[in-house]
Design a protein around this ligand. Structure first.
Ligand code: IPM
Ligand code: MG
Length: 348
């Protein structure tokens, strides 16, 4: 089995080193790794954020480990050359349409949340975010209005097949958990959302065991802060899922703890922490590697069929945290390496 290792920009390479050390300790037979540049690093090395050789490796691999992309040096480039286009391109080219973003409080860390402890403790949510459509991939551009004003535009749309497949992901994820699915949209204003809601209701007929509810995205943002314990699985579109998953991560305590899987119809996947490249702390050994390490666990479970190893990693992270290991983002001062060491010690 081949794993593509795309560390990317900013803190990506530092946290990837720790993830690789965890994999080394597990010593899984027949697992091979191949690295390639992506994002701003690839632009600087090869003139494109997603060079053909990197895309080819991603296509050949059984799974992809992805660090982060984003580099302030590249912010003035034309949009198609910016680092972010690499992750968007991989999601689209590999049809990774189903993005699973679990948000759960590690018991001891409820204090790191900005929410009250009793509210934070109840969080155990899975956000299922659609990744291949919506305003992210619609027609976009700059134009001049008849009045001579500059106008930016991005078209939001979903066709029913796109909603259909992500709805199935949401219902199936709910079946594997507490059988509650909340579909988040903005059907009171957007036609895209009206279709979304109609299709989710149609698909729900195939899942009579799942309790379906609907919520407008503005209310969902409020409810995530007010009473996050009410949610089991949330299914939502690309843009709303982007925003709500950052919100959920902070309710949990730190964005440095949240892993994600982006899956195609056959469970081939790309695994990445949901935080970005954090250029402000890059290269300082301060980044929390736990989201990257937890992404490895998701990869082993979903794409490589190694759930026992995935369980071991998750247990080791929980143990490291309960033994008091804390990086800066969760109220401590341990370095990236020391956090990695704590997980390795817990694994041993
Ligand atoms: C995420 C990120 C990306 C997104 C960026 C880097 C393009 O914020 O994965 O949530 O908007 O999807
Ligand atoms: Mg985001």
């Amino acid at each position: 089995m081949l794993v593509a290792v795309l560390a990317g920009d900013g803190i990506g390479p530092e946290i990837m080193v720790e993830a690789r050390r965890v994999l080394d300790v597990l010593a899984i037979p027949d697992l091979t790794f191949e690295e390639a540049p992506v994002g701003g690093a690839a632009y600087k090395a090869a003139g494109h954020p997603l060079p053909p050789a990197t895309l080819d490796l991603a296509k050949r691999a059984d799974a992809i480990l992805f660090g982060a992309v984003g580099d302030p040096d590249c912010d003035a480039l034309e949009r198609h050359l910016r680092p972010e286009q690499a992750i968007l391109g991989l999601r689209k080219e590999l049809t990774l349409f189903s993005n699973l973003r679990p948000a759960k409080v590690f018991g001891e860390l409820a204090d790191a949340s900005t929410l009250r402890k009793d509210v934070a403790e109840a969080i155990d949510i899975l956000i299922v975010r659609e990744l291949n459509g919506d305003v992210y991939f619609g027609e976009k551009g700059m134009r001049t209005t008849t009045a001579g004003l500059r106008e930016g535009y991005d078209i939001m749309s979903y066709d029913e097949a796109e909603v259909h497949r992500i709805a199935h992901s949401g219902f199936q994820a709910a079946q594997a958990r507490r059988s509650k699915l909340c579909s988040v949209d903005k059907a009171n204003v957007l036609e895209t959302s009206q279709l979304w809601r109609d299709v989710v209701i149609e698909v729900s007929k195939e899942y009579p065991d799942v309790e379906l509810s609907h919520m407008y995205v503005d209310n969902a943002a409020m409810q995530l802060v007010k009473n996050p314990g009410q949610f089991d699985v949330i299914v939502t579109g690309n843009l709303f899922g982007d925003i709500l998953s950052d919100l959920a991560s902070m309710c949990v305590g730190s964005i440095g703890l949240l892993a994600s899987a982006s899956l195609d119809a056959n469970n081939k996947g790309l695994y990445e922490p949901i935080h970005g490249s954090a250029p402000d702390i890059a290269g300082q050994g301060k980044a929390n590697p736990l989201a990257m390490i937890l992404s490895v666990a998701m990869m082993l479970r979903f794409s490589l069929g190694l759930s026992a190893e995935a369980d071991r990693i998750e247990a080791a992270v929980a143990k490291a945290l309960s033994s008091g290991a804390r990086s800066g983002d969760i109220g401590g001062s341990l370095s990236t390496r020391a956090m990695g060491d704590a997980v390795l010690a817990a694994l041993a």
